[in-house]
Design a protein around this ligand. Structure first.
Ligand code: OSB
Ligand code: MG
Length: 391
């Protein structure tokens, strides 16, 4: 049912007057370290689409430098500026814009999915507000609440212990540890022995080389202490991940490797649907692509869960809607701790909390976490304004 209404939604045109591209930099509480780089501050972009005085917002959850994928704030600025100029100059189209118009323009550009996702999210934010249709209804979400996993950056045993303790104090028993070559099984064993969590996943962010025997044996050893291993190898090493999934009893999951629906179909075929997929809506170009990916992978029985890119609650509410679809986050939990774990303030008027390790999903508000415009203006600067009304 949700697939039919989603198709209807994509053909429905919204009357858009103008758009603003914002650069936002919220103060971070603490750095977050992954194998390939450290996030000390996290400037990101926001697209605002305006229709008769009503705004829809979308977050481009880029990391400060291209160490997670090939995008960063400057690259996203360039790509979004090009797309917004093309949208504002569409000949003869006036101010009416449907999601399918938007998607066909975006599909003509290769890659840059995080940048594109901001336009897709802004569209659905506006659509939800103008039609009073909750984002959860658009996704066809069903779950009342979703279990949360705490994602812990690379650090000393002492630092990691204090983050695990804070997760435990909120009822979270599923821990994701960031790892890298030379720093993997010891930390996984340490957390397993000291805290006995319900579930340990380790995330290498594509830092192990499958052609290096010492890297391979380190991953095999780490798997003894981990229930799940996320993206050990480089993003294009689909076959190496499929082989690893045959050789270890831990669940193998992919994050960086999956950018399109075709990537998901490929790994499902290569691994006989054994490899789980971490859906990060920004990484695959937004809300629409995420819903589609869930609907297709559900048919193949692929295990799905939702990850994060340190978004504010503006971005994370789309992740939560996807996480509460019935085919998602069943065996595996969502990396969706509150934005207050990372930032001294959120970009939205309210934020979500964790109760006994779970987030309760809001099914009433069209857009549960609306942008607080005073915070956007205080911590953001305008990079560009675009008029959609033909001159
Ligand atoms: O691989 O999951 C990842 C943050 C930055 C880059 C990569 C990753 C992450 C996270 C953050 O783990 C999880 C979150 O947003 O809660
Ligand atoms: Mg990951």
């Amino acid at each position: 049912m949700s697939a039919i209404s989603l198709e209807k939604i994509t053909r429905f045109a919204l009357p858009i007057d103008s758009a603003i591209l914002w650069h936002v930099d919220l103060p971070m509480k603490k750095p977050f370290r992954i194998s390939t780089g450290e996030v000390k501050s996290k400037p990101f972009l926001v697209v605002e689409l305006i229709s008769d005085g009503v705004s829809g917002f979308g977050e481009a959850a880029v990391l400060p430098e291209p160490f997670y994928n090939s995008e960063d704030p400057q690259i996203a600025h360039h790509v979004l500026d090009l797309l917004l100029k093309k949208l504002s100059n569409r000949s003869g189209a006036g101010r009416l814009l449907s999601h399918s118009d938007l998607a066909s323009l975006m599909n003509s550009f290769k890659g840059n999915f995080i940048a594109k996702s901001a336009l897709d999210f802004a569209f659905f934010y506006l659509y939800a507000k103008l039609n009073e249709l909750p984002l959860t209804k658009i996704a066809g979400s069903k779950k009342e609440s979703i279990p949360v996993q705490e994602s812990i950056g690379i650090g000393t045993e002492k630092e990691v212990s204090s983050y695990v303790e804070s997760a435990y104090s909120r009822g979270i028993r599923s821990i994701k540890l960031k790892i890298m070559p030379g720093h993997s099984y010891k930390i996984a064993k340490f957390v397993r022995d000291s805290f006995s969590p319900k579930f340990i996943s380790v995330d290498a962010n594509a830092s192990f080389n499958p052609r290096d025997p010492s890297h391979l044996s380190e991953i095999m050893k780490t798997s003894e202490f981990a229930d799940e291993i996320e993206q050990p190898f480089f993003p294009k090493n689909l076959l190496s991940h499929a082989k690893l999934a045959r050789d270890v009893s831990s669940i193998v999951s992919l994050d960086e490797s999956i950018e399109t629906l075709d990537d998901a179909f490929d790994i499902a075929e290569l691994s006989d649907s054994k490899i789980a997929i971490n859906i990060k809506p920004p990484r695959i170009g937004g809300f629409y692509n995420s819903i589609l990916l869930v609907n297709e992978m559900k048919k193949l029985g692929v295990e799905l869960f939702v990850g994060g890119l340190l978004e504010t609650s503006l971005g994370r509410q789309f992740n939560l809607s996807i996480a509460s679809m019935d085919a998602v986050c069943n065996k595996l939990t969502a990396d969706c701790s509150p934005a207050s774990d990372f930032y001294t303030m959120d970009l939205t008027k309210k934020s979500f909390d964790i109760t006994n390790g779970r987030i309760f999903v809001d099914y009433k508000s069209p857009v549960p976490y609306e942008v607080d415009v005073s915070i956007l203006k205080k911590y953001g600067k305008k990079l560009g304004s675009y008029s959609f009304v033909s001159q």
